[in-house]
Every structure is written in C-alpha cells, then in structure tokens.
Design a protein around this ligand. Structure first.
Ligand code: 13P
Ligand code: SF4
Length: 366
C-alpha cells in the first residue's frame, strides 16, 4: 500500500508548545462525542496526555472492536495498529493516524508476497503435502495483507499477551506452525510451551527454503520468520548480568520481543500492559530494570517515584517510528476534522479487510 503524508502548513511551525497543547484541548472539546483518541503505551508523554484510552496492542484492538459511538478514532500508535482498528471498527467509523509514516519496521520485514512464496516453497520442496497442514500465525505487528493471508488459511493473529495461547491452539490444529514476523516472540512462546529446540526452525527471508535443508524443515514443528524489533534487540544478556551484580534485589522484566537469551535470564516477561501491572502491584521501594521502550519506562518512573525503576539498557531504546506522531500532527489532524476535512484516514481495502477480520476474530475467540 502506498500513501503520502501531506505537508503541514508553515503556520503550525510557529506555534509554541503551550499553544499547541491548548488548541488540541479546544479541538477535543469541539469534537466531543464524535472523537476518541486511542494511544499505545510507547507514545511520548506530550501526546499520551491527550489519550481517551490507552493500552497494549490487544487491549486497543479489543477497544476498537467494541467502540460503536465515535465517528473518528484517532490512533496514536503505528500503522498496523490503525489498520487493525479500521478492520474491527464499524462501517461509519473512520480511523486516523496523526502521521502516516509512523510505521513498524518489524511489520515491514514480512510482506504478504514473501510469505506466500515461502508457503509455495514448502510444498514444492515436498516438506508438506499441501499448504493446509501448515497453520499460519501472525503477530499483530504485521500488515493487513499478511493478516488476510493468515485469515484465508484458517490461521490466527496473536499479540504479545496471548502468543503462547495462540501458538498452542495452532499446534493442536496443524502439523506445523509458521509464525511471522517476529522470530523472538515466536521462539519465546515455543520455549514456554516446551517445544524442543530441534523442532524450532528459523526461516531466513530471501534465502532458498529459508536457509534450511528439507530434513530440518520436515523435523520442525515451528517455523519462525526471521523478523525482529530493532528497539528490543538493544537489550542484551550482559545488561541483565550487570544489574544483577550491582543491585542483587533487582527484579528484571522484559518484553517478549527481546531475544530468548534475555528472556531466559530475566525474572519475568510480558506485554506492555503486563509490565505496567507488575510495577503497579509491587511494594514501595521495590527495584526494577525494565527491558522495553524508553517512553514507557520513563512514564513508569514518573508515575511511581516511590519505586526505583531503570531502563535495562544503558542506551536509549526509543521507537522512533512511533514517535513520528507529534502533538503538532495531532493538532493539524484535529483542525482538519473540525473544519470538516478528513485527513490521514487508514482504509484497508474491503476484500483484504474481510479476510484479515477472520484472523483477528480467531485471536479474539482464543
Ligand atoms: P504490546 O502489545 O505489548 O503493547 O507490544 C506492541 C509492540 O509493538 C511492542 O513492540
Ligand atoms: Fe515495531 Fe518495535 Fe516499534 Fe514495537 S517497538 S512498534 S515492534 S519497531
């Protein structure tokens, strides 16, 4: 899908931060009842403050599916999240993204064409008799076209909070599971289910048979597309070891997009929502090192000053593509809506949406 972010008029760049904030609040009042702003936990605070609802990918997908009222759903997150909201929304609702280039590089690592080609490869090489025996599972961080591919084949979407459950369901259903695009979430979920390493195979995109022999593929029960999140790859086992040596009481919790080496030695792992809950429920004075996106960790530090919270890595780990959504973009979008002009609408073509909906509904039913 191609799209182009329109230029914001020059007058916007002359506005001070406080003018931008005041005008956003004014627009929200004007559009009250017609507008809902959803916000992912990784957005920076100056945008997050305007959210009506916040959450992880699963919670926001569920909210989008249950909201029947507002005409405009502004999704402060990345492109795939807004696509999922559009697929799940009612027909009269319009889903808008403050900046059209707020995308997820991991989602872009698996195109529907490349995934379809991999399936054809498996059949041609005689690894499986037919495509139907390989159940596809896609992380919600994927395009609507990939979700549609999965829906057409009876597979399911998953998120970081239900990946293990969805994988277990898929393993019961088929001979093999093809998991994309995040190799690490797939491996962490497979390990948690007790799948032995010789039955887990990495499919290297762009390589013939994903860089595997026919025997390796025949033995495998879980095939993992080799996509990754550049932000979560910055957390290393040595960061965990350093914290443990310096602060023996530290509790280390990481997101399952981190590598299996990091997840394996952390105390806990979970989705952004699970991380927030764990910190919230911990006692005053407890010490945490968190392996996930910087904006969320610094918000936790501000929200819970009575706890000692650190980012697990000594370097910034920001989702810079999500951060393309700035308050200025939100104001520009709301100004346009208030003037009767819909900009930055995310519209999944109906034939793609119908198939993608099957894989999203499959997830919501598991
Ligand atoms: P959550 O579903 O845990 O919020 O994660 C989304 C995401 O993109 C993490 O990188
Ligand atoms: Fe994608 Fe990683 Fe950003 Fe999540 S943190 S939206 S996986 S790039």
């Amino acid at each position: 899908m191609t799209f182009q972010q329109s230029d914001i008029e020059e007058e916007y760049f002359r506005l001070s931060e406080s003018e931008i904030f005041t005008r956003i609040l004014e627009r929200k009042k004007e559009l009250a009842g017609r507008l809902l702003i959803l916000c992912h936990h990784y957005q920076q605070d100056d945008l997050f403050q305007f959210a009506d609802l916040v959450g992880d990918s699963l919670k926001l997908a569920r909210e989008a599916a249950s909201l029947h009222g507002p005409e405009f759903i502004v999704f402060c997150g990345v492109h795939f999240m807004a696509e999922s909201a559009d697929i799940l929304a009612q027909r009269h609702q319009k889903v808008l993204l403050p900046h059209l280039y707020a995308g997820c590089p991991m989602a872009d690592m698996a195109t529907a064409g490349a995934v379809a080609m991999a399936y054809t490869n498996l059949v041609h090489a005689g690894v499986v008799k037919d495509e139907a025996t390989v159940v596809p599972v896609t992380y919600v961080n994927s395009s609507a076209a990939v979700k549609a591919f999965v829906g057409e084949r009876g597979g399911s979407v998953c998120t970081s909070s239900n990946a293990q459950r969805v994988l277990a369901w898929a393993l019961e259903k088929g001979e093999k599971v093809f998991f994309f695009p995040d190799e690490h979430l797939g491996r962490n979920s497979a390990i948690a289910l007790g799948i032995p390493s010789e039955q887990i195979c990495v499919w290297r995109r762009g390589e013939l048979l994903g860089g595997n022999s026919v025997e390796q593929l025949q033995r495998a029960r879980v095939l993992l597309w080799n996509g990754y999140c550049e932000v979560h790859m910055r957390f290393l086992p040595e960061h965990v070891r350093q914290f443990r040596l310096r602060v023996p009481e530290i509790q280390i919790m990481v997101h399952p997009e981190c590598s299996a080496e990091v997840v394996g030695i952390a105390d806990r792992y979970g989705s952004t929502e699970a991380i927030i809950t764990a910190v919230k429920e911990s006692a005053a004075g407890s010490q945490w090192a968190i392996g996930t996106e910087t904006n969320l960790v610094s918000r936790l530090q501000k929200q819970f000053p009575e706890k000692d919270i650190h980012l697990l890595a000594p370097i910034p780990c920001q989702c810079t593509t999500m951060d393309r959504n700035q308050p200025l973009n939100l104001l520009w979008l709301l100004d346009n809506l208030a003037a009767g002009k819909v900009v930055n609408q995310i519209r999944v073509p109906s034939e793609v949406a119908a198939q993608a909906l099957k894989s999203l509904e499959q997830m919501l039913s598991i």
